[in-house]
Write a protein that binds this ligand. Sequence first.
Ligand code: C2O
Ligand code: CU
Length: 437
Amino acid sequence: KSGRNASFSLDVQQGQMEFFPGKQTTTLGYNGNFLGPTIRVRNKQQFRIQVKNHLSQVTTLHWHGLHVPAKWDGGPRQPIPAGSSWNPNFTINQQAATLWYHPHAMGLTGKQVYHGLAGLFIIEDELSDQLNIPKEYGVNDIPLIFQDRRFFNNGEFAYVQSMHDVMNGVIGNSLLVNGARKPFLNVPAGLVRFRLLNGSNSSIYRLAFDDQRVFHVIASDGGFLEQPTAMNSIILSAGERAEILVDFADESNYAVISLLVDQMGGGKFEALRIGVKGSGERAAIPQTLRTLDRIPESEATAVRGFLMETMSMGRGRMGMGMMGRRLTINGKKMDINRIDEKIKLGSTEIWEITNRSAMMMSMPHSMHLHDVQFQILSRNGRRPAPHERGRKDTVLIMPGETVRIISRFHDYTGVYMYHCHLLEHEDDGMMGQFEVV
Ligand code: C2O
Ligand code: CU
């Protein structure tokens, strides 16, 4: 949509899908049975939406990655009770990026996302208009949402079944791409842009093509990189996005190329088969995309430490079993009545996030901040890889790693969340609140 206003409505509803022939799966969706429509807006637009909760339980609607006034953030502080509506109204104040939306009610995020509540939120701006990259949505600019799921024999989703599922995340053995199992996609020969979202609850994915072809990463969570980065596989942790350009111009007649997903510590999937038709022209990949406004470290007025930890609660009767473990940030679990960090409006801060996992309890975490897009200063003291040098809102932190990020907290006051985006960890309390004052 173009113009000064963009208005939408989303009905949060229960539905059914047939992921396996003859078996019904009870699902949740926005305006449909599973997932939601892609919301496309432009920077500076006035955005209005009516969210109607038709479920019999509370939900919220959070704009993941969006720089938005706290009262419209859609986190656990903005519940939409069963049967009621929520009507956000704000100005888009952010450069072009591939963001997403999902529910975020206390203790229910993982379950509601698992059943299908998620969708993409795409911002365009003058730069994305001008760049010579594919931009025909659904034709050569294609969103791909990856989510693994585990099912019962009767076809229903098998969400958290044990404490093990909470601690390790619910790791599925079927992969859905845009809500379908192993879909087939036809693309024109030539350059194709994929907007990738790891929309899984707790999986870390490594994505690659079956022929190991090189692609170019052009954007991270918060928008375009300075220049395209050539890679032949990319890791995305839960909640992360990337935009890539893939050149399908060499497939002279007809070719089928598979996109593979390797779920770290889990299965390997043929996620998507891509049929390339026609003979395309070789489109040039732009040499540069933009100049990034790098936040200098010297601008920071505070450094905060965040310890993401699996603590053992001692060796009582529980011993080292799952029940004796606690997922915490700085030794605490989420408490909606407690503000963990106060930040001055307009300030710049460095956050040092450490994943301290004892050997028997080591697990990756995926740190996400609301409100801001940050920049990664270092990963274990080293400069981040080129595709991680752009704007980010979610970052993978492997056991033993320390990641330093820098961010400006500007424009809006209020209370926002930071949390692990492994949704079972988040729901278990691996979350805190910062207030911009
Ligand atoms: Cu994508 Cu606080 O979440
Ligand atoms: Cu975690």
